[in-house]
Ligand binder design. Structure first.
Ligand code: SF4
Length: 93
């Protein structure tokens, strides 16, 4: 892959030079996520550690309404799979 310096790309774009977009795409690198996932900071809890119930009683607060729930079956802090109708001790509004 050809190494293109950022300054050269900017200069081409500012002067209207050919290949501006091609050079820009060649030098494009994936941007880091604005908000790193919770997984990058600490390991997820197991179902047992979290007191997870796969099918919670209707009066319990359900995973599908929890701030940590990731549709369709993941959780930011508890290992999956997670049922939207489950619940655990870490529930957060
Ligand atoms: S209640 Fe919240 S923290 Fe607990 S498993 Fe469900 S989504 Fe994750």
């Amino acid at each position: 892959m050809k190494l293109v310096h950022r300054r050269a790309v900017l200069l081409r774009c500012l002067t209207g030079g050919a290949g501006c977009l091609m050079a820009a795409s060649a030098s494009a690198q994936p941007l880091p996520s604005a908000q790193p996932s919770a997984q990058s900071y600490f390991p997820k809890s197991t179902h047992n550690q979290a007191g997870y119930l796969d099918h919670a009683q209707p009066e319990l607060r359900l995973c599908g309404a929890c701030n940590f729930f990731l549709n369709p079956d993941e959780c930011q802090i508890v290992e999956g799979p997670i049922n939207a109708y489950g619940s655990c001790d870490y529930y957060e509004d």
